[in-house]
Design a protein around this ligand. Sequence first.
Ligand SMILES: Nc1ncnc2c1ncn2[C@@H]1O[C@H](COP(=O)(O)OP(=O)(O)OP(=O)(O)O)[C@@H](O)[C@H]1O
Ligand SMILES: [Mg+2]
Length: 461
Amino acid sequence: MGSIVKLVLGDNFTKIESNIAGVFFFLKTFKRYFPQQLKITIQQLFFNAIQQLPFFKKYSDKILGLFSPYTQIRFREIEEYRYNYAYAAIKTYLGAKVNSEVKNLKGSQLKQNKSLDLKREEEYEGVKMWWELLNCAKGKKMCRLTFHRSDWEVVTGSYLSYVVEEGKPVEARKKKVKLFINNPSWNWKSKTKNLWSSIDFEHPATFETVAMDREKKDEIVYDLLAFRDGKEYYDKIGKAWKRGYLLYGPPGTGKSTMIAAMANLMNYSIYDLELTSIENNWELKKLLIATTSKSIIVIEDIDCSLDLTGERKGKEESKKSDREGKKSAVTLSGLLNFIDGIWSACGQERILVFTTNHLGKLDQALIRRGRMDMPIELSYCTFDAFKILAKNYLNLDSHLLFRKIASLLEETKVTPADVAENLMVKDRQTEVDGSLKGLIRTLEKMKWSQKTKADEQQKED
Ligand SMILES: Nc1ncnc2c1ncn2[C@@H]1O[C@H](COP(=O)(O)OP(=O)(O)OP(=O)(O)O)[C@@H](O)[C@H]1O
Ligand SMILES: [Mg+2]
């Protein structure tokens, strides 16, 4: 074998042969004379140097994972659309350490799609390790811990629990998400705190449980995260740090559920603004100025609350107008002024969400870009959305009846709320089949009645 290689490579083989011999001789001498600690340091330097090579830069994570004596543990900020509290605790721990030991702080650039916020070296019970805080593509963030494989037990055994415990006390003071509801203006007293009443917000919805196409959902989550981390960007372009989302779709498609998921993801409070209990533009201004930063201001069913001619025509409008004997005057222009003017002046880190069942009824001025940055359509249940509901309600990934349901969903307009209702069971063990069959019956009925209606319509036309 050696002679065939020699024949092919000729003189080069002799050179390679002597180089390899040289490396082996070096490693042998190194092993004999150098202490363990120095060896670890040199190994680290060697792997750091390798990471700089272009080929390794591209595949370094995978290659180093295979050959490196070092191993890594990653803590992502968002795991399966849920906020990862271990990440938060670690970040807090590292932040506190950085303030007291600035000398360990290093900043540099990693791969093109990752930027390094912080790198610090740690020593725990004689074990050396390295923490990195990384900003990855699409606003994702993570902490990465690198350490020698031989230290696995110390790191996973006691070190990580120590870090999470240390980071916890600050994290425990984390803001509680609140739901604010505006008091009717005839109940306001002199102090600002009477404008809004609040309760703890404990809605369990997360983006994981919102049933909609995954791609669309990812786009929304990345948009929200980019907004949250965008202070510098908004400062740079000279725009107020705010973002508007317009959620539209038929009743029962998950608009309110998505607002709850947004609040839980961002850890922002919700201000649920009921325009029908406000008298005029001045009151609207007062209410909006009293909202705090890191909040989501929600106006549900905007088309029912506001008339495009300038007068409200809300669900409670007639009742209230009768009672007070005068016309209320919150106008579209009042709202627009706020979004563009006062909003920009006092608005720090606020999200504005409008919902509607009828996109066509809204004034273009209200939904133009800059006011509503992202229109989000919540639509009838697709098979992708159904699979999420089946997982939520029945803990089911697949079933023989799924194929039938998929084909019925293609032909029927049914809301996720209707599907969810059919999937609710008290006893999962015995009722899974029954609830899926019940859903199929409902879908068949709906399909038939929708078809009949469409035929009648066609005849009329
Ligand atoms: N996309 C969805 N994902 C998960 N659950 C959903 C979804 N859509 C509806 N649901 C379920 O249906 C119920 C009603 O949904 P929700 O209140 O979010 O609808 P909506 O679009 O706000 O309706 P409306 O226009 O009447 O306000 C929710 O409690 C939820 O359980
Ligand atoms: Mg709703």
